[in-house]
Design a protein around this ligand. Structure first.
Ligand code: 13P
Length: 316
């Protein structure tokens, strides 16, 4: 359902306040940095030290000086944090929070694709396993995929696992040939967003923003196609906005712009992102459970692919 957003009142809830105080106590006692992805529940967002998109969280994890990094998000984000800051203890409150998109690509498919297109680099979306990153040349996120692909000297680029992101990159980098691997990988939540949803938004009027994981027909019809981290600034000049991405993104946008009228699909819910509840975070930080480790047989190569992306980002 395409509905107008109404902000839940989290911060005046006494149960949440008690949770916040306990998180604060543990964070200081144990020297923890809490990172939360933009799609996390408001209760989690409100206690995190840093809230951001995949790239922002990766950069903060790399620069973290705290003894323990807690990643409220999905597994690939915690793996990325561990790879970028391997001496730190990295915890994820729910170690069953996966990413169905990441599961759609195997290391073998990358090896096969590279054999089929000799010399073509594999640009892997961070929404992927560490084992897949290890077979790839460089990672990208939704916020820098176009820049990363443009920066490469080769004309043919392999790109996976998200075929919608690959199509978005192809549109913006027409001088190169982008080969999606596998051909049909997609985020099940963003892939469900349809042109009918955009038409419904157009009838209401206002500015339409979508995430690059949406199908090309949706992205083409939107006013802006952006990573979650870039949405806040993008809606600055628009009073009525339609946000086509995971439903909870609107909490942060409404917080940043209380006067705006925001619409979105309340059915676009990523179960994995929503798994982390206050009680999970509390258990994680008090008992220090769900520690992330990355297999050393492929960790160094996966790290190299992510560091190459961050190095590029730092230089631009
Ligand atoms: P962002 O990096 O844009 O936050 O995207 C992360 C993600 O998993 C989108 O589904």
């Amino acid at each position: 359902m395409h509905t107008q957003y109404k902000t839940p009142d989290i911060i005046h809830n006494p149960t949440w306040m008690a949770f916040r105080d306990e998180v604060q106590r543990m964070r200081q006692k144990k020297d923890m940095l809490i990172l939360a992805h933009n799609y996390q529940r408001p209760e989690i967002i409100e206690v995190a030290d840093i809230v951001g998109d995949s790239l922002e969280l990766a950069i903060h994890a790399q620069n973290a000086t705290a003894s323990v990094i807690v990643v409220c998000g999905v597994r690939f984000m915690a793996e990325t944090a561990k790879l970028l800051n391997p001496r730190k203890k990295v915890l994820i409150p729910r170690d069953d929070a996966g990413c169905p998109l990441a599961d759609q690509l195997t290391p073998e498919e990358i090896v096969e694709a590279k054999a089929a297109y000799p010399g073509a680099p594999f640009v892997i979306y961070v929404n992927s396993t560490a084992a897949c990153k290890a077979e790839s040349d460089i990672t990208c996120t939704s916020s820098n995929a176009v820049d990363i692909v443009r920066s490469l000297p080769q004309k043919t680029i392999l790109c996976g696992p998200d075929s919608n992101l690959a199509a978005f990159v192809q549109k913006h980098v027409p001088e190169k040939k982008i080969i999606p691997v596998p051909g049909n990988g997609a985020c099940p939540i963003h892939n469900e967003i349809s042109i009918e949803d955009i038409k419904a938004a157009r009838k209401i009027g206002g500015y339409i923003v979508c995430h690059p994981e949406c199908p090309p027909v949706v992205a083409d019809a939107a006013d802006a196609v952006l990573s979650t981290g870039k949405m806040k600034a993008a809606i600055a000049d628009h009073q009525v906005c339609h946000i086509f991405t995971e439903a909870s993104m609107k909490y942060l946008l409404q917080k940043a712009w209380p006067g705006k009228i925001l619409y979105g699909l309340d059915t676009a819910i990523c179960e994995n992102m929503q798994k982390t509840r206050p009680e999970d975070l509390l258990t994680c930080i008090t008992q220090e459970v769900c520690e992330i480790s990355v297999d050393e047989t492929y960790a160094p190569r996966a790290r190299a692919a992510i560091e190459k992306m961050i190095g590029h980002y730092a230089n631009t």
